[in-house]
Every structure is written in structure tokens, then in C-alpha cells.
Write a protein that binds this ligand. Structure first.
Ligand code: NAD
Ligand code: MG
Length: 327
């Protein structure tokens, strides 16, 4: 993907200069402000600093309104640059605000969580929650994304693991990434880079989810249901990990996929392989989801490492997979 770059925060000023913006604003949250804003702003002249509270509940229209107001007060124009510095919450709002303010300003993203580096900041989906997750949003590609691994040094272990759930997904989708997880001893630059590039490539071929992009939902159909059932106490990445195991069992029954490979992979990454719910509960939750998707719920199914099919799955097959993966 054009605009995807990997390097230290010290390379940010040169990415900014290339765009020659009228004004520059950082959007971040209170946590990341304290940890990384000074370093990120080094070498950038008098940026506007917009700091929002930390938390998914602030990924809202109210927050967007406050940011629009602030940009207006500061005389921000379409030739100005908004830089989202933070996790997926910040990069999602930054993208949304940048895509809508005066019909679109320049946008740069500096993701600071593993999840945002391999997923949220890649691919141009922006949005805020509104009676449901990401109900209001746009597709808007940033002018640059800077992936600076150094920012992960302050990220809590729990958040690393959250991102690893998506890494495991990519490993099942791509042989090269799978190979990189073979001797996993911790997250590293190459692995992050390959995951980010993989998503960027898929999205480049299919921006608005006509076909190919759907493969990125691997592990997410059951994963979402599990996440919801837990009242969001099970974090997204861990729910996806459980969902990957479910999908793998479906793949085993329908296509002879070796689900042991998925189990080993998740084990290497320190991720859960079983979920705590009854098959019936998850199926019910998935049915609700199905309504939201106009009655078509498709499953991404591993056939072998690096190969999936997308199709509707018989409930009986699903039920067996859900039972087999219950903790
Ligand atoms: P997040 O943005 O809430 O970040 C998680 C926590 O880590 C927060 O408390 C944050 O303040 C903190 N943090 C961020 N960087 C840090 C650092 N370097 N050191 C210490 N703490 C740090 O959550 P997330 O997991 O990054 O992203 C989740 C969001 O991303 C969700 O809203 C989800 O909908 C969205 N998302 C979007 C896409 C997309 O394609 N647009 C894809 C996946 C997820
Ligand atoms: Mg996800």
C-alpha cells in the first residue's frame, strides 16, 4: 500500500514535510499523550494538540463534534494535516474526522497498539460508535501510516495479546506469516510488517468488501458472538482466537483441515483455544448477528494454512465445532 511506512518516530517529520500541510494537529488520548506525544511531536513546528479521554466509549459522535469544533477554531483547512497517534480508537476517530471535516483533510496515522499496527490503522475504514459499534463511518485512506515498533514498549501485556489474536488470524491466512510464527518468542518488527502489508494488500484489491476482504473476518463470526456473550469482558483479540479455533474445527470436518495446527499456533502465541460458553448460546447470538446482516451469515473456513473458503455453514456442523472447542 502506498503510504505505509515502517520506522522510528523520528521519521515522522519527513513524512509530514512531504505533504507540505498548512497546519498540523495531533489527535491522541490522555494515556498516549503522556507516553508518546512529546517524542512524536519532536521536529514538528507548533502542532495543535487535541487530547481525548481514553476508552472505547469516547469513540463517539460527541467526541467528533468536539474535535471538529477545535479544528475550526484553530483555522484548520483541507490542506491541513490531522495525525492520529494512538490505538484503534484514536485512529478510527482521526480517520472519521479527517474524512468529514471540510469534505476531507490530509490524514496521517501513527498506531501505537499492536492491534492498530496490524489491523485498525490499515485499510481505510473509519468510524464512531452510534447505537452499535462503528455504525457511523467512512472509507478514507490516509496519506501515510507510520508503524513505529518502539511505541509498543509501553503497551501492557494484555494489549499485546489482544493484537496477537489478529496476528494468529493472518498466520492462518498466509503461509509466509505462518512460517514467521514458527519460532515465536515475542512480537517483532518483521511479523508486524508482514501482517500490516498483508492486510494492506488484501484491502488494495477490495476496498469495500466485495469479496476478498471478507477473508479478514476469519475467526470473527464466532469471535464476535463470544465477545458479546461475555459482556465484552473477553477482549476482541482473545475472542477472535477462540473463533479461529471454532472455524478450524469447521474446516476439519468439511475440508480435512488439520485443526491441530491452529491449536499449536495459538498455543505458541499464548492465546486461548477454547471458549467458556454453551454451543446453544453462541449459536443464538450468531443468529441475532445474522439478522443484522440481512440474513446471510457466512463463515470463513480454513482449508489449509494459507487457504480459506467463504460460505454458509450448516448449523449442525457449527454446533459440533462449538462443542468441540468448549473449555
Ligand atoms: P484502544 O485504542 O482502546 O487502545 C487500547 C489501550 O491501549 C487504550 O487504553 C490506549 O490508551 C492504550 N495505549 C495505546 N497505545 C499505547 C502505548 N503505546 N502504550 C501504552 N498504552 C497504550 O484499542 P485498540 O485495541 O488499539 O483498538 C480497538 C479499536 O479499533 C476498536 O474501536 C475497533 O473498533 C477499532 N478497529 C478498527 C479497525 C478498522 O479497520 N478501522 C479494525 C480493527 C479494530
Ligand atoms: Mg478484529
Amino acid at each position: 500500500m502506498e503510504g505505509l511506512s515502517f520506522g522510528p518516530l523520528s521519521t515522522l517529520p519527513s513524512l509530514v514535510e512531504e505533504l507540505n500541510p498548512h497546519r498540523i494537529a495531533f489527535l491522541t488520548n490522555t494515556t498516549v499523550e503522556r507516553l508518546w506525544l512529546e517524542k512524536a511531536a519532536e521536529g514538528i513546528e507548533e502542532p495543535i494538540r487535541i487530547v481525548i479521554p481514553d476508552g472505547e466509549e469516547y469513540k463517539s459522535l460527541e467526541t467528533a463534534v468536539a474535535i471538529w469544533k477545535r479544528l475550526q477554531e484553530e483555522g484548520f483547512t483541507r490542506k491541513s494535516l490531522l495525525i492520529g497517534l494512538g490505538g484503534g480508537v484514536v485512529t478510527d476517530i482521526a480517520g472519521f474526522v479527517a474524512s468529514t471535516y471540510m469534505r476531507g483533510t490530509l490524514l496521517g496515522l501513527v498506531p501505537t497498539t499492536l492491534l492498530a499496527q496490524v489491523d485498525a490503522a490499515i485499510g481505510g475504514k473509519t468510524g464512531v460508535n452510534f447505537n452499535g459499534k462503528n455504525m457511523i463511518g467512512t472509507f478514507y485512506l490516509p496519506n501515510f501510516v507510520l508503524i513505529a515498533q518502539e511505541t509498543l514498549s509501553t503497551l501492557p501485556e494484555e494489549e499485546i495479546r489482544n493484537g496477537l489474536g489478529e496476528v494468529a488470524k493472518y498466520a492462518l491466512l498466509d503461509r509466509n506469516i505462518y512460517a514467521l510464527t514458527r519460532n515465536f518468542e515475542g512480537i517483532n518488527e518483521t511479523l508486524i510488517k508482514e501482517c500490516a502489508l498483508f492486510k494492506a494488500e488484501v484491502v488494495e484489491k477490495d476496498l469495500i468488501e466485495g469479496g476478498l476482504r471478507r477473508m479478514l473476518n476469519l475467526g470473527h463470526t464466532a469471535g464476535h458472538a463470544i465477545e458479546k456473550l461475555s459482556g465484552y469482558r473477553i477482549k476482541h483479540g482473545l475472542a477472535v482466537s477462540m473463533g479461529l479455533m471454532v472455524a478450524s474445527k469447521v474446516g476439519e470436518e468439511l475440508y480435512g483441515f488439520d485443526s491441530g495446527k491452529a491449536e499449536e499456533l495459538l498455543g505458541r502465541l499464548g492465546l486461548p483455544t477454547g471458549h467458556p460458553f454453551r454451543a446453544k448460546e453462541i449459536l443464538e447470538e450468531m443468529r441475532l448477528d445474522k439478522k443484522a446482516w440481512y440474513g446471510r451469515i457466512t463463515f470463513v473456513i480454513p482449508v489449509e494454512i494459507g487457504d480459506v473458503v467463504v460460505e454458509e455453514v450448516d448449523e449442525a456442523v457449527l454446533k459440533r465445532a462449538l462443542e468441540a472447542t468448549r473449555d
